[in-house]
Design a binder for this molecule. Structure first.
Ligand SMILES: *Cc1c(COP(=O)(O)O)cnc(C)c1O
Length: 416
């Protein structure tokens, strides 16, 4: 490789070390990539490494206080086998639709430890939630009224927590989901009236849910949001009809996707939560503190694998054309909430060793310039038949992509 001829890219991606390499190939779940591709039978596919899922939860538990309940927000990755794996690792599952609720229940999650959030819950979904006995994070006055009727009709208690739209946001988050005017939860100013409506409707109040934002890499910002969430819940608890049993402080733990980003340091969050747990022991003695995480638990354990079907040079620029792209992995193409498109970490999974490198773009098979998996990245020199790997792909991948767009085959997901 002649370093001098390569354009010196802007800041680099954080090194991806979670997948070992052997004989020039990436190893996933103990299997070299080309053998795994043969086992799957076709490309493209997603592969999730169950050993890495377990390792992530184990490391996090070692850092967070024991009393913290760790929930998995399954919208990050709802693959049933993976959810089954997560059910065995975490303390509860957060679902956001009746479809996700079914997957969580099928996977063996304890209904007492499932919570159901999301704006626009349909009456049929609320009915399913009450019948299942899960905790509903109510997000409107309408939901409270509907739940009152459903509980009476079914002769079952309706367990509810109030999802609060706080008067602050998680600073520096990829996606803000609280603060200001939002479709999520009920504005903190309206919570006293909502609590009164909950009593009126005869629902079983169990706590509060606050979720200030997502994809944050700054421990300090997360700690600040957790403190503010705790203070707010404590204030609201004074007017609650029953003791707080669940206080869901949200999540927002991010993973590094783009050049220049550094992994989140969870140690200060663990220390900070330790102090909150101690306070809660005095101030909210019946409450479990919950942290709900999606991508932090599963994102780094997954890769997307797509095969090169063509190699072209256009006016001096190399294009590696693959058999999958935006249709399976919208977020890596830069079209899932990113303001400025940046590259995910990408490599050629069967050419890991030393060898010639070049600057190339990886594009999918769709007839749109949006179908771009890597824009002018330095990669091992690759040929038709090689396997492109997109790292950090365990969350918001297959289920968050428009698989029908352009009529290519859907991708497979495997847990290895
Ligand atoms: C999306 C979502 C999550 C998970 O977000 P991640 O960024 O994947 O951790 C957690 N809680 C709620 C309420 C959500 O909507």
């Amino acid at each position: 490789m002649n370093d001098a001829t390569l354009p010196r890219a802007v800041p680099a991606h954080v090194p991806i070390c979670q997948f070992p390499e052997s004989a020039g190939e990436l190893v996933v779940g103990g299997t070299p990539l080309s053998r795994l591709a043969a086992r799957v039978g076709h490309t493209p596919f997603y592969a999730y490494d169950r050993g890495l899922l377990a390792q992530r939860v184990e490391e996090l538990r070692a850092t967070l206080p024991q009393a913290i309940k760790l929930h998995y927000a399954m919208k990050a990755n709802p693959m049933p086998a993976l959810v089954g794996c997560m059910v065995a690792l975490v303390d509860g599952i957060d679902v956001a639709s009746a479809g996700e609720l079914k997957v969580a229940l099928d996977a063996g999650a304890d209904p007492l430890e499932i919570s159901f959030a999301g704006p626009g819950k349909r009456p049929s979904e609320l009915r399913q939630a009450v019948a299942a006995g899960v905790l509903v994070n109510v997000e409107s006055f309408r939901e409270v009224q509907l739940l009152g009727g459903i509980a009476a009709e079914l002769g079952l208690p309706a367990r509810v927590a109030v999802r609060v739209n706080p008067d602050f946001e998680l600073k520096g988050s990829g996606m803000k989901m609280g603060g200001g005017a939002k479709q999520f939860g009920v504005d903190v100013e309206q919570v006293p009236a909502l609590l009164a409506a909950i009593v009126e409707a005869g629902l079983g109040f169990e706590g509060f849910h606050l979720f200030a934002g997502s994809q944050n890499l700054r421990a300090e910002a997360i700690c600040e949001a957790q403190s503010k969430s705790y203070e707010l819940a404590l204030r609201l608890a004074a007017g609650a009809p029953a003791p707080v049993r669940f206080l869901n402080l949200g999540g927002g733990f991010g993973i590094p996707y783009f050049p220049g980003e550094q992994p989140l340091d969870v140690a200060p969050i663990g220390e900070h939560l330790g102090a909150l747990v101690e306070r809660a022991g005095r101030e909210l003695p019946e409450a479990s503190l919950v942290v709900e995480l999606g991508r932090y638990l599963v994102g780094e354990a997954g890769i997307y694998v797509t095969r090169i079907v063509d190699r072209k040079v256009s006016r001096g620029q190399v294009f590696l054309v693959t058999d999958g792209g935006l249709n399976h992995h919208l977020s890596a193409s830069g079209n899932f909430g990113q303001v400025i498109r940046k590259n995910y970490p990408v490599t050629i999974g069967n050419r890991c060793g030393p060898g010639p490198r070049e600057v190339a773009s990886v594009v999918g098979p769709l007839c749109t310039p949006l179908d771009l998996l890597a824009d002018r990245m330095e990669l091992p020199v690759a040929e038709v038949g090689d396997l492109v790997v997109v790292f950090q792909s365990g969350a918001y991948g297959a289920s968050a992509s428009p698989q029908a767009f352009l009529g290519h085959p859907p991708c497979t997901e495997v847990l290895v």
